[in-house]
Structures are given as structure tokens and as C-alpha cells.
Design a protein around this ligand. Structure first.
Ligand code: ZN
Length: 344
């Protein structure tokens, strides 16, 4: 039984973007999809109090000099340690999907164990897919990075992608672990204790601890967008100038950074994402740098609801916005992800 394969059925509500190199590509890029699932798995593990390396960075990725690996690499693999599973992406008819997954398409993620996978790991995978479907989007770090290509960035920015619906988990399986079990698993002392920031060879400090469910927020049913040439609720929230064609004087942590090779500036993802379509799955979500980052976001969302009494009109999209029930954060989401409901 331990090597039984498990399948998740998901439905794409928008197209799913899996490649970051060739934006015109019509092919499904399996490593892109896998990278995205892994990225959210890392977010989940950090949110549970565990440590997860950044596999894209030299000197941070596992293993460490003693050969220790983090809980994420144990399942997803790293140098010298193969991934514990093979992933196949299938259509409802069981055919291998080769082209980009399109809006309306139901697809199956089949995880075929190559080595025994612990119950906790299956539970984490299941929770990761629920997190993506219910609160996030299928597109990880690579997809969230801004394009440095003038003109293209704007096109891509407005494109809603990666919204999926969780249709069903594996047959004859459900996670029997509690949230406390899973926390105990990811914080076990045998995992590598990865630092959550590092200094690169040129002395620049990089911090990736923000990519944690503890720094995550989500509001369902509402979106941010440009309203007219002078008003953009999206830019308002991330702190960029709102009028069209006004460039910001230096980007911020929330707004991200465009790369500048000459000034040695690495690209950074923006940290707020909003999806207007499809209407039934509308959502806005984001990350803050630390706990103090939540209240400025909340204040801005309340200004969208109420107007500012100084020219900004209330945004009807945010009317009756109730922070207490709608502004979802990490611990509440964790409880939801690891509580089993009747009929599942
Ligand atoms: Zn690792």
C-alpha cells in the first residue's frame, strides 16, 4: 500500500502558465508546474513553523555540508537526492496532457511514488493543492517574477492565470493527521535548519522568510484593478503612482523591482496578486514582509471601501468589506486546510 499512486483532480478556471522563458509557448512545462507546487509547499511548510530552503539559490539550497536536507527537499528532491515521486499530468480520459492547460479543462495530477512517501507528506501535498485552489494561484516564484521586457510586462500583468478548482483528492484516501501532527512533522529536529536569509557573493542580503503562510493574506470575492487613467486600486495598494504612464521613483518591497543589470539590481516579484475572472473565484492575495505589514494593507483596503474623504471615491468592488470575516490570514487558513469536513 505504501507505494500506491495518488491522483488529484483539478479544474483550470483560467489558463495555467507554466513557463517563464518563452511566454508564447503553448506547451505544458512540467518542471514549471512542479516548481509552482513546490513553491507553495515551501510557503506552507514555513507557515507551519518548518524550515525550507530556497532551491534556486547557491549556498542556500540543500543539502548542507553535513548532507542534511530540509523537509521540502526530502519530497521534491535536491542535488544528490532524487524526487520521491514522478508526476504525470493527465486529461480526464487518461491521456498525457502535452499542451498548456486551458480554462475549463479538468486535469489529473498523478503522483507515482518512487520511494515510500509518508502520510504527513501526502497530507502536505493535499493541503498545498487546496491552498493553491482556495487562496492562491498555480504559478510560483518564476511566474510571479516581473518581466524586464518593456511593453510585455504590462500585457502579462493584466492576464489572469493559474486559478484552479480542487475537484477531488485521491480515491480511498484522506489525510488522517491533525494540524498538530503536521506541525510536529515539519519542525522535527532531524531536518536541516535552513537560515531564512543569506548574503550573496557580492554582499547583498536576500531574505526569503516572507514566503510563508504566516505572512500571507487573502480576500475572496474582491479584486484590485485599474478603474480609469488616474485611478488604480491595485497601484494604490502596492504604493505605486496611480496615474497611467507615471513611473514610480524606485520600486518598493510590495511593488517588486525590475532588474537593473548595470546597478546590480536583481528582479523581485511584486507581492500582491488579484484575479477578477472568473467571477466565482475572484480573489486578491499577497504577502507582507513581517507582522507589521498587515495593518497598512488593511488600512488601504478600508480606504477602498470608504473613500478617503479627499477625492478618492469608495470603490464599489470593496463595498461592505468586513476585515474580521474577509481578511484571511495564515493560522485561520491552516486550520481550514487541515480540518476534514463531512463528505470528503
Ligand atoms: Zn531544501
Amino acid at each position: 500500500m505504501r507505494n500506491k499512486q495518488y491522483e488529484w483532480h483539478l479544474k483550470a478556471l483560467t489558463d495555467i502558465w507554466t513557463g517563464d522563458v518563452d511566454r508564447e509557448s503553448k506547451r505544458l512545462i512540467l518542471t514549471g508546474l512542479l516548481g509552482s507546487i513546490r513553491w507553495w509547499f515551501e510557503v506552507l511548510v514555513r507557515g507551519l513553523g518548518g524550515k525550507a530552503c530556497d532551491p534556486t539559490v547557491d549556498g542556500v539550497r540543500c543539502p548542507d555540508e553535513k548532507g542534511h536536507r530540509c523537509v521540502v527537499c526530502k519530497l521534491f528532491g535536491c542535488t544528490g537526492w532524487a524526487r520521491k515521486f514522478r508526476l504525470m499530468v493527465l486529461s480526464e480520459n487518461g491521456d498525457i496532457i502535452q499542451n498548456r492547460i486551458q480554462a475549463g479543462q479538468t486535469f489529473i495530477l498523478r503522483f507515482i511514488p518512487l520511494r515510500p512517501i509518508h502520510d504527513e507528506e501526502w497530507c502536505l501535498l493535499d493541503a498545498t493543492l487546496r491552498l493553491i485552489a482556495n487562496y492562491g494561484a498555480m504559478g510560483g516564484k518564476t511566474v510571479f517574477k516581473p518581466s524586464d521586457e518593456e511593453g510585455r510586462e504590462r500585457v502579462h500583468h493584466h492576464q489572469d492565470f493559474g486559478i484552479v478548482q480542487y475537484v477531488q483528492g485521491p480515491k480511498d484516501w484522506k489525510c488522517t493527521k491533525t494540524l498538530e501532527d503536521i506541525k510536529a512533522y515539519v519542525t522535527g529536529s532531524h531536518w536541516r535548519q535552513v537560515p531564512h536569509s543569506y548574503r550573496d557573493s557580492q554582499g547583498r542580503e536576500h531574505d526569503f522568510s516572507w514566503a510563508s503562510l504566516q505572512n500571507f493574506w487573502c480576500v475572496k470575492g474582491r479584486y484590485l484593478a485599474r478603474q480609469d487613467a488616474n485611478t488604480s486600486s491595485f497601484n494604490f495598494v502596492i504604493g505605486r503612482p496611480e496615474p497611467k504612464n507615471v513611473s514610480s521613483q524606485g520600486d518598493s518591497w510590495l511593488a517588486g523591482k525590475r532588474p537593473d543589470r548595470q546597478r546590480n539590481v536583481e528582479p523581485e516579484s511584486k507581492k500582491v496578486f488579484s484575479f477578477k475572472e472568473p467571477e466565482a473565484a475572484r480573489r486578491t492575495f499577497g504577502f507582507v514582509q513581517d507582522k507589521e505589514g498587515f495593518s497598512p494593507i488593511l488600512q488601504k483596503l478600508e480606504i477602498l471601501r470608504d473613500g478617503d474623504g479627499d477625492g478618492r471615491q469608495p470603490d464599489p468592488v470593496w463595498s461592505d468589506f468586513d476585515p474580521d470575516t474577509e481578511f484571511m490570514k495564515g493560522n485561520r487558513i491552516l486550520k481550514e486546510l487541515f480540518s476534514r469536513r463531512e463528505g470528503e
